[in-house]
Design a protein around this ligand. Structure first.
Ligand code: MRU
Length: 345
């Protein structure tokens, strides 16, 4: 496992870098059951849409390897329970459901129980390597939009940790940096889970890319001062019309970017596009525990017993999105036709 690779398949267990412990400690977990994988996804020890998809696939493979029966019917019934448990972890990231659907199809296409088990491990490994190579390729396309001297604002964490590959929005930034372009990055801290402060700052520091950490609410200030050349974010699910669900706060950034005439780019592999969802209104938005708002690192910061809302994602309507960067190229309006043209349904 290289520095910021979040997971590795060890044949009969899944090794995970616990992202809830970063940046203070690099703690590796060895998960030996699908229930542990489901819990790790729910608790965001592994997070980021593509990484969730890969972990989900290995979780299903792990569960399947542990089913002790030679009856195909019984095996498929137990596999269904495993798929349901994994799918119930986090509802927004499209990659999770893409992964479980591919795992189910791989099982259905195989013969005996032993063959199904082998097919599931193979399919999980394919999902892993495809996600990894997709982000490298989208990063190359995206870097073409970045000019020498750009100052880029990004939100949440979209690097290797979030993708198991090179990164989406952060991949574009890393690629442009490797091309020798002089860049400055503004990374939002990303309330409430602080993926920007904990994880993006960690990855940018490792990559030696100059950056400044800001609170989410400072974005408008820096835009109004002419300090931001473009905004690049990732995506958890992109509807057929280009509406994009991403980390809470993304919509605010998109509206601010438009107000200031700043290009707003979404970078995501095509596995994040959901052709069955017509618009952002239909994307399920995960609601997480109010404790993530009322507490910081376990310490209460608000009066006891108050109400707090915690939608983990918001939807940016496609009208605010200058372009969507994918591994198959850069897509602009009209999104319905052009996104439809690049995905395999
Ligand atoms: O709640 P998280 O940390 O899983 O949310 C992650 C994001 O919103 C990312 O921006 C998104 O998954 C794209 S990352 C490749």
């Amino acid at each position: 496992m290289t520095d910021s690779q979040p997971l590795a398949w060890l044949g009969n267990k899944l090794r995970l870098l616990d992202q809830t412990r970063l940046p203070r400690k690099e703690v590796y977990l060895e998960l030996t059951s699908y229930q542990e994988v489901a819990q790790a996804i729910r608790e965001m020890k592994i997070r980021g849409a593509p990484a969730i998809g890969v972990a989900a696939a290995y979780g299903v493979a792990l569960g399947a390897l542990q089913i002790k029966t030679s009856s195909k019917d019984e095996f498929m019934t137990r596999l269904k329970d495993i798929l349901q448990t994994i799918e119930a972890t986090r509802p927004t990231a499209r990659n999770l459901f893409m992964a479980t659907s591919r795992m189910q199809k791989a099982a259905e296409a195989a013969g005996t129980v032993a063959e199904i088990k082998e097919a599931l491990v193979r399919e999980a490994a394919s999902i892993h390597s495809e996600e990894a190579s997709a982000t490298r390729s989208l990063a190359r396309f995206g870097a073409g939009l970045i000019e020498d001297g750009f100052s880029i604002l990004t939100h949440c964490n979209t690097g290797s940790l979030a993708t198991t590959g090179y990164g989406t929005a952060l991949g574009v930034i890393k690629y442009a940096h490797e091309q020798g372009k002089k860049l400055r990055v503004f990374a939002t801290e990303t309330r409430p889970r602080l993926q920007g402060a904990h994880l993006t700052a960690w990855e940018l520091k490792q990559a030696k890319i100059p950056f400044t950490l800001i609170t989410d609410s400072m974005a408008g200030h820096f835009m109004s001062r002419g300090e931001i050349s473009c905004v690049i974010v990732g995506a958890d699910r992109i509807a057929a019309n280009g509406d994009t669900a991403n980390k809470i706060g993304t919509y605010t950034l998109a509206v601010l970017a438009m107000e200031h005439g700043i290009p707003f780019y979404v970078a995501a592999p095509t596995t994040t596009i959901d052709p069955l969802v017509a618009s952002g209104d239909e994307i399920p938005i995960e609601e997480r525990s109010p404790e993530e708002i009322t507490h910081i690192q376990g310490v209460s910061i608000a009066p006891e017993g108050i109400k707090a809302a915690n939608p983990a994602f918001d939807v940016t309507p496609h009208l605010y999105i200058t372009a969507i960067i994918t591994e198959k190229g850069i897509v602009k309006e009209p999104y319905v036709e052009r996104l439809g043209g690049i995905i395999d349904v």
